[in-house]
Design a protein around this ligand. Structure first.
Ligand SMILES: C[S@@+](CC[C@H](N)C(=O)[O-])C[C@H]1O[C@@H](n2cnc3c(N)ncnc32)[C@H](O)[C@@H]1O
Ligand SMILES: [Zn+2]
Length: 376
């Protein structure tokens, strides 16, 4: 039996597979998100649908300010750990704490229909098979926190698996992380629509081996129909590096810069994927709670990241242009002097987000190189 401490949770567990210390950022961020939401709604109830050892549920209750916590775990051995941890964390006799050795499916389809303000789904692999049942646990303004670890599928390393699971074509290049996030959001939007929910993505993270999405649901037919307006395609030109997000169907399948045929990904979510008010609110909570420095750095980067569609990979572009690479700082200086905004992206460390088009980015790269040669 191993012991692991994180935040206010003390966890005893048998199997390493049910508790991954590398997911601490995901948990710290989720605890802060719950805390941010419970400050707005102090009566917020939370369900941790894939509890494993119970670590998230314990933290949402003890640190996040959840009024009630419900935890589900299908696996008998993990549930044994969870039950032990309820004792260990002195939560077993609290009437606001419930835990069941059952599946999401069984719980969501039982005769007593329950709904929650905040719903956590953190499965192994794809979130897709559980989304329908997750929606049955939601109500107007519920928040969803959803993990996917099938990043290779969403990123196009397993093309057919992406077609089969998400009914979407992936893009297997540097853009794949944001395209993958958008494919998953597009899929969530479609399932949400079936239950008359519109989705509003608030935080979208691609980190290490997983994607973690935080979003809000709005109930009503109009909100659900609105999802459709944010469904479209990502277009990428491998001849010149141009890209676009198009909703709903591209007018032309040829690049509007060089005329080459686009590679197409989707259908996917083309709407906003970050909400800076929520990101900054959650960052503030994390700062007050004195999370680790590298987590604060991650949140600061996320907070300053532009929410422009997709990003330019500097190494891919300079390779395509057959020129030397340029530093982020010099490119930033050059693009800013042209009146453009620019930021890094947490999704790909050698890429930039900017409101400049491909021709402007390439011209800026050439200008940086020219000034460098003039100096040398
Ligand atoms: C990745 S682990 C969760 C890890 C945990 N959230 C954490 O942060 O340490 C996924 C857990 O979900 C459970 N699980 C998988 N499918 C489930 C289902 N349909 N209903 C309930 N639990 C499920 C698995 O047994 C496993 O314990
Ligand atoms: Zn092109």
């Amino acid at each position: 039996m191993e012991i692991y401490e994180e935040g206010k949770a003390r966890i005893k567990f048998n199997s390493q597979s049910f508790l991954n210390p590398k997911a601490q950022l995901s948990r710290d961020l989720s605890v802060a998100f719950v805390k941010y939401k419970t400050k707005i709604n102090p009566k917020a109830t939370v369900i941790d649908t894939t509890s494993a050892t119970g670590i998230r549920g314990i933290r949402y209750y003890k640190e996040g300010g959840a009024k009630e916590i419900c935890m589900l775990e299908i696996n008998n051995s993990a549930f044994k750990d969870l039950k032990g941890n309820m004792n260990y964390n002195k939560m077993n006799k609290d009437s606001n704490v419930r835990y069941y050795n059952t599946s999401i499916q069984e719980f969501a389809n039982s005769s007593v229909r329950e709904s929650f303000d905040i719903i956590d789904l953190d499965p192994f692999g794809s979130a897709a098979p559980n989304l329908t049942d997750i929606m049955k646990l939601a109500r107007d303004k519920s928040s969803l926190m959803i993990t996917a670890t099938d990043v290779a599928v969403l990123c196009g390393a397993h093309y057919k698996a992406c077609l089969k699971t998400y009914f979407a074509q992936p893009l297997h290049n540097a853009l794949c992380h944001e395209v993958g996030i958008r494919i998953l959001l597009g899929y969530i939007a479609r399932i949400a629509s079936l239950f008359n929910f519109g989705i509003e993505p608030e935080i979208s993270i691609s980190y290490l081996h997983y994607v973690r999405l935080f979003l809000k649901l709005d109930h009503g037919a109009a909100a659900a129909v609105k999802n459709y307006e944010s469904i479209g395609y990502a277009l990428y030109c491998k001849a010149c590096g141009n890209f676009a997000l198009n909703s709903p169907i591209p007018h032309s399948l040829n690049c509007n810069v060089c005329g080459h045929e686009y590679s197409i990904a989707g259908p996917l979510w083309v709407g906003r994927i970050q909400d800076k008010t929520v990101i900054n609110g959650v960052k503030e909570v994390m700062s007050q709670d004195k999370v680790k420095n590298d987590e604060m750095t991650f949140m600061s980067n996320l907070s300053s990241e532009l929410d422009t569609p997709l990003y330019y990979s500097i190494p891919a572009l300079t390779k395509m242009m057959n020129v030397e690479s340029v530093s982020y700082d010099r490119l930033k200086e050059e693009l800013q002097s042209q009146g453009h905004s620019i930021s890094k992206t947490h999704m790909n460390k050698e890429s930039i987000k900017t409101d400049a088009g491909i021709s402007e980015v390439k011209a800026a790269i050439l200008k940086v190189l020219k000034s460098r040669n003039m100096i040398n």
